[in-house]
Design a binder for this molecule. Sequence first.
Ligand code: AMP
Ligand code: ZN
Length: 107
Amino acid sequence: MADDCIFCKIAAGEVPSTKVYENEMAYAFEDLNPMMPVHTLVVPKKHYRNVADELPADELAALFEAVRAVAALKGVDESGFRIISNAGADAQQTVDHLHIHVLGGDP
Ligand code: AMP
Ligand code: ZN
């Protein structure tokens, strides 16, 4: 776990979150400030800064399995959804633990 990383702590259950889904290597929870009716964050349980970091294939697979599961659980897998992962300062990444925003629903 990275020191003082809020998403490491959320994935470890040390900071509360509204859990949506988890698998062995990924954790999904509701964004505190939803921008859309569906706005869930999917993070690897291990700390990576963003998608510019190299992830092992099994962790990448787990991350995207969680994205698919979230879309299905939230009922947007058929209607459509968007994923966004901000990486770095110019992208205005505010939490330096890789996260994928899953956004959907009628705005
Ligand atoms: P980004 O700008 O891509 O780094 O997005 C960070 C996201 O994390 C924002 O949408 C925040 O609302 C969200 N966020 C920050 N802290 C928390 C938290 N403790 N629980 C849930 N979502 C959070
Ligand atoms: Zn972290």
